[in-house]
Design a protein around this ligand. Structure first.
Ligand code: NAP
Length: 323
C-alpha cells in the first residue's frame, strides 16, 4: 500500500473508518468478527484507523483498541473528543480535555493517541484555548498530534497559530465538495493533512445502494436527505459518470470516487468504512487505481454540469434520537 503524509504522520494512502463497527449504520458485526476485519485491513496494508469517544459511548474505542493491540506500534490511531458547553461551565478547558483524553487512553488500552481531533468545534469555547490544551497534551506525550473536524477556515487558522494542526477531518467526496473552496486550499497553504470522512457518501458512491433499501436502528441513512428516494433518483447522473469511468479503468465506482480525491492532492487521505472484507479490500485497492490527467480533467468538467441533491447534516442526524 502506498503511503502519504498528513503533517508529520506517515499513513497508508487510504485508511479505515471504524465507526460502523459499533455505530451509525444499523446492525453491527459480532465483536470478534469486527476485530478480525480491522486486523485483515492491516494485513492488506492499511495503517490508519479512525474512531471517536462518541461512537457507541466509547465502546468503539474499546473495540478498536483491542483490535490494534498486537499491531499498535505499526499503525496511526486517531480518535476524537467533544467538549460540551455544560462541561465547560464547570471546569477549565484544560481540565475537560484532560478528563476526555485519559478516558480515551484507557478505553483504547494505549499510552498515547497518535492523532486527536476535536470532533466539533464548540462555538462557546475559543479555539485558541482548545489549541493551547492540545499543545500541553503533546508536550506531555499523551497525544502526538491534533486536528479538528468540520472546522471553518477561520477556526483552522486561529487554532493552527497556537498549536500547529496535523489534520482536518471533514466530510468530502465527489458528491460533497463544499470544502474545496476554502478549507482544502488552507490545509495546503499551512501544511495540514485533509482526511475526508464519508468519502463514499455513506455508500451511495459504491453504486450498490438500492432505491428501495430500508434502513434501521441508528443508521444515519434513515434521516440524511441524500438518501431520500427522490434524491437517490435525482443523483443518478453522478453515479453514471463514475460507473462509466470505472468500466473504462476495470475498477469499481467506489474505487474511482476514492482515486479521484487521491489525485486531487497528495495530503488527502480518505477513511472509508465497511464491515465486509471484500469491500474493505475494494476500497483499499483504490490506492492502485491511477487516473490520468485527461481522465481527471474530464471528470471535473462533467461534474460542473451535475447538480447534487440532498446532503448529510448534523441537524438531520440528531433526528435519529427522536425516532
Ligand atoms: N468526523 C466526523 O464527524 C465523522 C463523521 C462520520 C464518519 N466519520 C469517520 O469517517 C469514517 C468513514 O465515514 P463513513 O463510514 O460515513 O464512510 P463511507 O465509506 O462513505 O460510508 C460507509 C458506508 O458505506 C458502505 N460502503 C463502504 N464501502 C463500500 C463499498 N466498497 N461497497 C458498498 N458499500 C460500501 C458501508 O457499508 P458496509 O459497512 O455494510 O460495507 C457503510 O454503510 C467513519 O467510520 C468514521 O470513522 C467521522
Amino acid at each position: 500500500m502506498k503511503k502519504r503524509f498528513i503533517g508529520n504522520l506517515e499513513v497508508s494512502s487510504i485508511g479505515l473508518g471504524c465507526m460502523g463497527f459499533s455505530h451509525g449504520y444499523g446492525s453491527i458485526p459480532e465483536r470478534n468478527e469486527s476485530i478480525r476485519l480491522m486486523q485483515q485491513a492491516f494485513d492488506l496494508g492499511c495503517t490508519f484507523f479512525d474512531t471517536a469517544e462518541g461512537y457507541a459511548n466509547g465502546s468503539n474505542e474499546e473495540l478498536v483498541g483491542e483490535a490494534l493491540k498486537p499491531i499498535r506500534d505499526k499503525v496511526i490511531l486517531s480518535t476524537k473528543f467533544i467538549i460540551e458547553k455544560d462541561d465547560f461551565s464547570k471546569e477549565s478547558t484544560m481540565q475537560q480535555v484532560r478528563t476526555h483524553v485519559e478516558a480515551s487512553l484507557k478505553r483504547l488500552g494505549t499510552d498515547r493517541i497518535d492523532l486527536y481531533y476535536q470532533h466539533r468545534v464548540n462555538k462557546d469555547i475559543p479555539v485558541e484555548e482548545v489549541a493551547f490544551s492540545m499543545g500541553e497534551l503533546i508536550k506531555e506525550g499523551k497525544i502526538l498530534a491534533w486536528g479538528q473536524s468540520q472546522a471553518t477556515e477561520d477556526e483552522i487558522r486561529r487554532a493552527h497559530a497556537v498549536t500547529p494542526l496535523t489534520a482536518i477531518q471533514s466530510e468530502y467526496s465527489i458528491m460533497e465538495r463544499m470544502f474545496e473552496k476554502d478549507v482544502i486550499p488552507t490545509c495546503e497553504e499551512l501544511g495540514i493533512g485533509f482526511v475526508p470522512f464519508s468519502p463514499l457518501a455513506s455508500g451511495f458512491l459504491s453504486g450498490k445502494i438500492s432505491k428501495d433499501t430500508k434502513y434501521e436502528g441508528d443508521d444515519v441513512r434513515r434521516v440524511i436527505s441524500r438518501f431520500d428516494r427522490d434524491n437517490l433518483i435525482a443523483n443518478q447522473p453522478l453515479l453514471e459518470l463514475i460507473t462509466q469511468v470505472a468500466k473504462s479503468k476495470d475498477a469499481t465506482p467506489a474505487q474511482i470516487s476514492l482515486a479521484w480525491m487521491l489525485y486531487k492532492k497528495d495530503f488527502i487521505v480518505p477513511i472509508p468504512g465497511s464491515r465486509k472484507i471484500e469491500r474493505i479490500q475494494e476500497n483499499l485497492g483504490a490506492a492502485d487505481v491511477k487516473l490520468s490527467d485527461d481522465e481527471f480533467n474530464q471528470i471535473e468538467k462533467e461534474l460542473e454540469n451535475i447538480k447534487i441533491h440532498g446532503n448529510r447534516t448534523d441537524e438531520d442526524i440528531a433526528k435519529l434520537k427522536e425516532m
